[in-house]
Design a protein around this ligand. Structure first.
Ligand SMILES: *Cc1c(COP(=O)(O)O)cnc(C)c1O
Length: 335
């Protein structure tokens, strides 16, 4: 099966599983797991932050970050289509009594800082207290550049806001920009990184920030049920991913680019956007999308069908798979 639904569908390789099986472990709730401790140190150093914390998912990592940054009755400014607003089941509001203030996302995936400024609440008992700005990099595959990140950080500082980055795919952003992740996240107070996306680990996100921030996050993680015991088996998978799956992200980007290029030459397809490992296309209607989805599924290619389609490349999609996908799209629209 060639699975283009998401970069979360990757299978842990034999070598990754072997590293997991052989990891030294301990009870991480006691701080005893050497593999977790080493991984947290490694990711803290990679991101240039003081401390890091392993969590079971990106959703929990973002939730814990919001809970650690904001008190009850405070507010975070966030993109309307960002994961931390739209796809995390309202967790910050449910568990933290933290109010989201959604902002429409610009075409390039950023938030217009003038628009953000207009949403910062004055110090007045009518309003929630605006505490935090949340960005997402990459957003729908789109990379926020270093200039923008720097401007956003200055903006946040000027307005007394903290800045959290949902960096679920920040390694994709770093690959595209040709810089280390550290260069991107020096402009934020905290960052959450997913290892279960393009980096191919089965489980795990790491939250990074200052020592006191991570200490607070650790208590929230416990409360959210994210304190794990012999989590070193998961840390070992992430360690493996950092050793073997970072440099190869450029192949995913190249494969996405080839797919986008080929599909843009098909009349019935409108290319919406293509950056890093994601291609968004639009078809004339839902019906065609469903038919295309069925046609592809019968030939071993899995997509999320509909008028609008997202195709995601990852480490289980080879160059040959890319050719197959292009061939099948051409064949469908030729008939
Ligand atoms: C996947 C993702 C997350 C976290 O998702 P989990 O499935 O909970 O690990 C957060 N932000 C973005 C942008 C994501 O794509």
């Amino acid at each position: 099966m060639i699975d283009l639904r998401s970069d979360t569908t990757t299978q842990p390789s034999v070598a990754m599983r072997s590293q997991m099986a052989n990891a030294p472990v301990g009870d991480d709730v006691f701080g005893d797991d050497p593999s977790v401790n080493a991984l947290q140190d490694r990711v803290a150093s990679l991101t240039g932050k003081e401390s890091a914390l392993l969590l079971p998912s990106g959703t929990q990592s973002n939730l814990v970050a919001l809970l650690a940054h904001c008190q009850r009755g405070e507010e975070y400014l966030v993109g309307q289509e960002y994961h931390t607003y739209q796809y995390e089941a309202g967790g910050a509001a449910v568990f933290g009594s933290i109010q989201p203030q959604p902002i429409p996302v610009s075409a390039d995936g950023s938030l217009d800082l003038d628009l953000v400024r207009s949403r910062i609440k004055p110090d007045d008992p009518h309003f929630a207290m605006t505490r935090l700005l949340v960005l997402e990099n990459t957003h729908n595959g789109k990379v926020l550049g270093l200039d923008y990140m720097g401007q956003a950080y200055e903006f946040a500082r000027r307005h007394g806001l903290l800045l959290h980055l949902d960096g679920a795919r920040v390694f994709n952003a770093a690959t595209e920009l040709g810089v280390g992740v550290k260069e991107i996240v020096r402009h934020v107070d905290s960052v959450s990184v997913c290892f279960s996306k393009g980096l191919g680990a089965p489980v795990g996100s790491v939250l990074c920030g200052s020592g006191p921030f991570i200490a607070a996050a650790k208590r929230w993680r416990k409360m959210a049920g994210g304190g794990l015991r012999q989590a070193g088996v998961l840390a070992a998978a992430i360690d493996y991913a950092l050793d073997h799956h970072v440099d190869r992200l450029r192949y995913d980007h190249a494969h996405a680019k080839r797919i986008a290029q080929a599909l843009s030459e098909i009349d019935a397809i409108t290319l919406i956007s293509s950056q890093t490992n994601m291609v968004f296309i639009e078809l004339s209607d839902d019906d065609i999308g469903v038919k295309l989805g069925q046609f592809l599924a019968e030939r071993g290619v899995n997509v999320l069908g509909g008028k609008r389609m997202r195709l995601v490349t990852h480490l289980d999609i080879s160059a040959a798979d890319t050719d197959t996908v292009i061939f099948l799209f051409r064949e469908f629209f030729a008939s």
